[in-house]
Write a protein of this length. Structure first.
Length: 242
């Protein structure tokens, strides 16, 4: 655990040292803030004390932002050769992958934490379903964990950051959009299977204030598969290099 935390702190520091963290946080707050408070379908237009607009736009914003954060995590170190140096310092593949995952997850958590004034402001406008709001934040964190796992896997299979970004988006779009569209055109068992595979289905369920274990397990499973796949790719590459 100590090695994982060391890697996480190292990566989190690199985010802020390169200004990437500041750019991401400011862009996230500006984008979600605009659609929540100033867009055509803003809170005042809906005339409801609700953060539904915020959770809807954040769902899509993170879909694009997270691949941009994860694309360099493994691809850059593999391309520059620094990954070999890192793995010689009593750190194994799994610890490195989990550490990088944790750093990105903490950065997303910080960005979401800075949106709490939205919640406070909306609560001052009228009665708010607090359970639904906290469930929405929980859903965003789970969604972020899944996308970070996908992004890390994409970064592990390419030494080019742009390629890693595109791969992460292509994989993510199946969970974000395509599985749901396919499920809508099917009935019976196949329709239920594709509906279950749709990330949107589970996210919408949570943002309604329903915390179901199957939804939580779904997100954690995607994140874990991404981490496991990343470790497997790194292990295979290390064996090949030897």
């Amino acid at each position: 655990m100590r090695q994982i935390w060391i890697i996480a702190k190292r990566e989190l520091k690199s985010y802020f040292d390169s200004l990437l963290a500041y750019i991401m946080i400011v862009a996230f707050l500006a984008f979600t803030g605009f659609f929540t408070w100033l867009s055509a379908n803003n809170i005042f237009f809906m005339k409801m004390a609700s953060l539904h607009v915020f959770f809807s736009i954040s769902f899509w914003t993170l879909f694009f932002f997270i691949p941009a954060l994860t694309m360099r995590l493994i691809a850059e170190e593999t391309n520059t050769g620094t990954i070999e140096i890192l793995l010689t310092k009593a750190v194994n593949d799994w610890q490195m992958v989990v550490g990088k995952f944790l750093a990105t997850f903490l950065l997303i958590a910080i960005a979401l934490g800075l949106t709490l004034p939205y919640y406070i402001s909306v609560a001052s406008l009228g009665p708010v379903d607090h359970g639904s709001v906290w469930a929405g934040y929980f859903g965003l964190l789970l969604t972020s964990a899944a996308y970070i796992g996908i992004g890390l896997f994409a970064s592990s299979i390419s030494t080019n950051q742009i390629v890693a970004f595109i791969i992460a988006l292509l994989i993510g779009i199946f969970f974000q959009l395509l599985f749901g569209l396919i499920a809508g055109g099917m009935t019976g068992i196949l329709g239920n299977i594709f509906d279950f595979m749709s990330l949107r289905t589970h996210y919408d369920s949570i943002t309604r204030g329903i915390i179901d274990s199957k939804d939580v397990i779904y997100f954690i499973s995607i994140a874990f598969l991404g981490l496991f796949g990343s470790e497997a790719i790194l292990a295979k590459r290390n064996i090949t290099d030897k």
